[in-house]
Ligand binder design. Sequence first.
Ligand SMILES: [Zn+2]
Length: 420
Amino acid sequence: MTLYVCGPTVYDLPHIGNARPAVVFDVLVRLLRHAFRQVLYVRNFTDVDDKINAAAASSGVPIRTITERTIAAYQAHMRSLQVMPPDREPRVTEHIGDIQDLINQLLRRGHAYEAAGHVLFEVTSFASYGLLSGRSPEAMRAGARVEVAPFKRNPMDFVLWKPSSPELPGWESPWGRGRPGWHVECTAMIRRHLGFPIDIHGGGQDLIFPHHENEIAQGCAATGLPYCHTWMHNSFVTVAVQKMSKSLGNVVLVRDLLQQTPGEAIRLALLASHYRQPLDWNQERLEQAKRTLTTFYRALTSADPGDTHRISADESGPDSIVLEALSASLLASGQLLGLLQQEPHQALAALHQAHRQATPSEVRLSKETIAELHLRRQRARQASEFQLADQLRRQLIEAGVPVADGKASRCSTSPTPANP
Ligand SMILES: [Zn+2]
């Protein structure tokens, strides 16, 4: 099973919109690995792009420094969202030879032409162009917002190779020193790492046209082989029902979210809508995700086999075997979604910490009150007053105090008093 997902252009820190495909396709890969013995997942980094050049020029920082530090930040932030790294993360700069081979093949087969130092794909040479997006040629022309260049035979033709001035990144080629156009990199990397046809190609909905349409045209025209069996596109993320943009000042960076909330809650919030539906990012969505995780982690702590006293002594309560089975089933489902894999007490403590940050005015409990609640709870458990013990436990957890019982206390920190 082969899967390719278009990765980020690395010139700026990832925002919540960049995180959505990473999380969505991470869930898909987990599911595929559950169902198939061999899964090969490739996601690229676009490290040659005019936006990167512009970022380097405006900040006075070398291009390589910008791409390296953006890739490192992207990988770290996605790890925090419990996104597993793909099997391979190829970069454009490592595949210039593969890209040039593909362009040469397109030239030889009459699907591309040279003009004014550029190499262009001739769209009219590929009969099924537009099949994926289902657009009419007029709609494609409007949607592509292609730059009108006098050297193009047809306005829809797109760049495979373009000349680089001495200060820009460039590689020697039969067509002069230059750099690849954007679309050609994915096709060349898919061919190198997975081979045609691939099983699943993923990416954001905005990539259907022209990027994926162009990928198909390049791959099929160069080799005569089918390109991909199944396309999957995630929908976009808005912020307070508006498109995210620097000019509106509403770009939500993953880094900033991680400073106030556990990555797992961000992940769940991103998964709470169907992947093909637009997702509006707002505080309530995040709060809801935190509440849901708290409920599940609490359920896991209450099914803790360390709490045998409660389970065996409470005749009316669920059987310990049933609880353990339910807990195992919840954990297995969580594994597929990349959720609930933390030690429950620690996860609850992190969620409460985030809650405290979000609501600084909340009344906290004093050290004395916490000690008193612990003592009362201990006595209630010894006296088999489990309802009271549970109520005290909830009170402590809601105040952000980790509660550890039996075996579980080995892996959780001792109860930490909240600020008086
Ligand atoms: Zn791509």
